[in-house]
Design a protein around this ligand. Structure first.
Ligand SMILES: *[C@@H]1O[C@H](CO)[C@@H](O)[C@H](O)[C@H]1NC(C)=O
Ligand SMILES: *[C@@H]1O[C@H](CO)[C@@H](O)[C@H](O)[C@H]1NC(C)=O
Ligand SMILES: *[C@@H]1O[C@H](CO)[C@@H](O)[C@H](O)[C@H]1NC(C)=O
Ligand SMILES: *[C@@H]1O[C@H](CO)[C@@H](O)[C@H](O)[C@H]1NC(C)=O
Ligand SMILES: *[C@@H]1O[C@H](CO)[C@@H](O)[C@H](O)[C@H]1NC(C)=O
Ligand SMILES: *[C@@H]1O[C@H](CO)[C@@H](O)[C@H](O)[C@H]1NC(C)=O
Ligand SMILES: *[C@@H]1O[C@H](CO)[C@@H](O)[C@H](O)[C@H]1NC(C)=O
Ligand SMILES: *[C@@H]1O[C@H](CO)[C@@H](O)[C@H](O)[C@H]1NC(C)=O
Ligand SMILES: *[C@@H]1O[C@H](CO)[C@@H](O)[C@H](O)[C@H]1NC(C)=O
Length: 619
């Protein structure tokens, strides 16, 4: 209490009444003129005489509501007393010194805001009185603000309720002022403030204030608050409420339409999402339509129009219309958006599907695909790009010209669009053998297997046949055929000089390839080097025959000398058995020949030309 008391401003006496009645007497009152409720107040009554007074009487008074003076305390400088049964009996103390009497009021009440009188009676020295006005203060509670929860429309003609603010239990009466953002709202045509002041039994004021304000569109982001101002001893204090905002309703003045997806260019098959939004609050209902049928409402999900799997027919202008109920004149606000759906038709290739060319002929193929955008065409064959552009010139056709040609049409500005086409080129011509060399000569050892290859191209596909004269032991091991080519490999066991002919024909012509194989007989290791040709073999045979004859001669001579010369085959057989290996081989070769010729005949059953054998094999 003391601490609070020291904060109070000291004020000089408000009244100083002095007049001369014989001796001079003057009275002055000083003390705390402004105190907080429940605090204490000290009022000093100072006086002096120009001459010593023989006796002094000091009395303290207040006025009752009717103006009647009521004494609350008195002093004759020796004894100090409180009057009984007054409103102050229990709350005051009186003290004093020479020339000064002190009245202390504890637990100050609002009713203590009044005048206190100090009357000094010096008998012969006269009577004088001082008065002191005490002011009591009680700060109000923190203001409570509440904004309206419903939207406030800018189209309202008069100011609408925005918020209420209340501050309670203050003394003296606090004031409430209103602010928008940071500026004070002065009462005028746009701003009304209704204030309600009430006083409770203890004398405290409660102030309620209602702000009525004509909102504008800018106020959608404005905040409002109230400020409470109240007096405290020696000062004015203010306290602000928290900020509130209101939902401002305003009509739609324009609508905005935009494509949410896809980004960039639209192609057929895409799903297009168009959003339409008005600038009003709350958002007004939106309807969508197409420009050519403005009255046919399109089905939409509120402000989102979804066009699924669009086609070029969906291109055009789309409208969105806001029907604003808030708007006074019910005027439609319309927005529009152009949607262009791009397309690429399937590629059309001319010639269609497949085309037969004659060798040496020229052909121009085209590949076209209709599109709403610029296209790029590329021709390729076997996965390799061969030409840019939609026209493909095939000149001087060869069998290599044949094949599948693909064209791919793309739209550079819209990578999602592409189409393909193809044409199958067939080149008609007489069979053509792969090897330029049509006659091949070679020498091979007897008994060795050799592979002979024959590859031909042509259309219609050539018929490839083998005809073999010479070695009888052969068979075809490989036959690969494509649309316009045949690869045939034949394996043959060389047993004697052989001519193998490969005949490739079709209805346009034919070609043959002839393999001439010279057989190399095997004649032992020592003579192998010389036995490179037929003449060498003959010489060896002659030499061996002479040796045999010499041996035979000497045997005959030996038998003749013994006198036993049997004349029969058994002896010859014995001789044959003793033949050298070399002889054996020669004999074997001969035997093989006869055996195989017989065998061949047996297999084929008749004397068909060898060339037809292969046909049998294929079957
Ligand atoms: C008392 O008297 C003196 C001189 O006469 C004067 O200066 C002073 O102000 C007086 N005090 C009061 C309380 O009247
Ligand atoms: C008042 O009385 C005191 C002593 O009681 C004395 O000293 C003083 O002189 C007197 N003053 C006058 C003005 O008589
Ligand atoms: C004393 O208090 C009562 C009740 O509060 C009131 O009616 C009356 O006027 C007061 N008297 C004075 C002198 O203030
Ligand atoms: C109040 O302030 C907000 C931003 O803080 C602003 O958007 C709004 O326009 C202001 N209100 C007015 C009426 O200026
Ligand atoms: C309250 O308003 C009244 C009237 O405008 C004014 O006289 C008074 O000083 C104000 N009080 C405060 C605490 O501002
Ligand atoms: C008030 O402002 C806050 C934040 O800016 C916002 O989230 C809220 O919706 C506003 N309330 C109203 C009623 O406008
Ligand atoms: C094919 O085109 C070339 C070049 O244009 C030309 O020289 C040639 O005569 C043409 N051949 C035929 C068969 O038209
Ligand atoms: C001949 O061809 C067949 C089949 O391709 C193969 O198995 C064989 O090894 C070949 N022979 C020779 C001597 O190249
Ligand atoms: C190749 O075959 C064709 C048809 O079968 C025949 O007319 C032609 O004479 C044959 N040519 C040779 C060299 O065998």
């Amino acid at each position: 209490m003391m601490g609070k008391g020291t904060l109070l401003l000291l004020a000089l006496a408000l009244y100083h009444v002095s007049w001369e009645v014989g001796a001079e007497l003057s009275v002055k009152m000083v003390g705390d003129t402004e105190v907080y409720k429940a605090d204490f107040a000290e009022i000093r009554c100072q006086y002096n005489f120009s001459e010593n007074a023989s006796m002094v009487m000091v009395q303290w008074f207040v006025n009752d509501p009717r103006g009647k003076r009521i004494r609350i305390a008195y002093s004759d400088l020796i004894t100090r007393s409180k009057d009984e049964n007054t409103n102050y009996t229990k709350r005051i103390r009186v003290a004093g010194d020479s020339g000064e009497e002190i009245l202390t009021i504890v637990n100050v009440e609002l009713s203590d805001e009044r005048e206190f009188f100090c009357q000094v009676d010096g008998l012969a020295a006269g009577i004088e009185e001082g008065r002191f006005h005490l002011k009591v203060f009680d700060p109000p509670e923190h203001p409570v603000i509440e904004a309206v929860h419903t939207g406030v429309s800018v189209t309202n003609d008069s100011p609408s309720k925005i918020a209420t603010c209340e501050t309670s239990k203050g003394f003296p009466q606090p004031n409430i002022t209103w602010y928008r953002n940071h500026s004070l709202l002065h009462k005028n045509g746009q701003v009304h403030v209704i204030t309600l002041v009430s006083k409770d039994s203890t004398g405290l004021f409660t102030v309620q204030s209602e702000l009525q304000y004509k909102v504008t569109k800018e106020d959608k982001d404005s905040h409002f608050f109230c400020e409470v101002s109240y007096y405290v001893p020696g000062a004015v204090r203010t306290v602000e409420s928290k900020r509130v905002n209101v939902s401002v309703h305003y009509p739609t003045t324009k609508v905005e339409m935009w494509r949410e997806s896809p980004q960039g260019l639209v192609k057929e098959g895409d799903t297009v999402e168009i959003r339409c939004r008005g600038d009003g609050n709350p958002p007004s209902p939106i309807t969508f339509s197409r420009e050519q049928h403005p009255d046919e409402e399109l089905e939409a999900d509120n402000d989102l129009l979804v066009l699924k799997e669009v086609t070029r027919g969906d291109s055009g202008k789309y409208l969105c219309r806001s029907l604003d109920l808030d708007s006074v004149d019910y005027e439609d606000v319309v927005g529009n958006l152009q949607v262009t759906v791009h397309y690429l038709d399937p590629a059309v290739v001319v010639p269609k599907d497949s085309e037969v060319m004659l060798k040496g002929e020229n052909l121009t193929a085209t590949c076209n695909a209709l599109s709403s955008l610029e296209t790029k065409t590329v021709w390729s064959k076997n996965g390799v790009e061969i030409r840019k552009g939609n026209v493909l010139h095939l000149q001087d056709a060869t069998f290599d010209t044949a094949g599948h040609y693909h064209c791919e049409v793309t739209v550079p500005s819209l990578p999602g669009l592409h189409t393909r086409g193809s044409v199958h080129i067939i080149v008609q011509g007489a069979p053509q053998l792969r090897d330029v060399k049509k006659e091949v000569s070679m020498s091979e050892k007897v008994g060795k297997w050799v592979n002979l290859t024959c590859e031909a191209r042509g259309f219609p596909r050539p018929i490839v046949t083998w005809s073999i004269s010479g070695s009888p032991d052969w068979r075809e091991v490989v036959r690969k055929e494509t649309e316009d080519s045949v690869q045939a490999v034949m394996t043959l066991k060389v047993s004697r000089d052989t001519v193998a002919t490969c005949n490739a024909t079709n209805k346009i012509g034919g070609e043959t390839k002839i393999y001439t194989i010279s057989s190399i007989p095997i004649i032992g290791t020592t003579l192998r080097n010389t036995a490179v040709d037929n003449s060498g073999v003959i010489i060896v045979v002659i030499v061996l025959s002479i040796l045999l004859l010499a041996l035979l001669g000497s045997i005959l001579y030996f038998l003749y000398k013994k006198g036993k010369l049997p004349c029969g085959r058994s002896g010859k057989q014995e001789i044959t058995k003793e033949k050298t290996n070399k002889d054996d081989i020669v004999m074997e070769m001969k035997a093989d020949k006869t055996e195989n010729s017989v065998l061949l005949k047996g297999v084929n059953g008749d004397n068909k030309p060898p060339g037809d054998q292969y046909i049998d094999l294929r079957k």
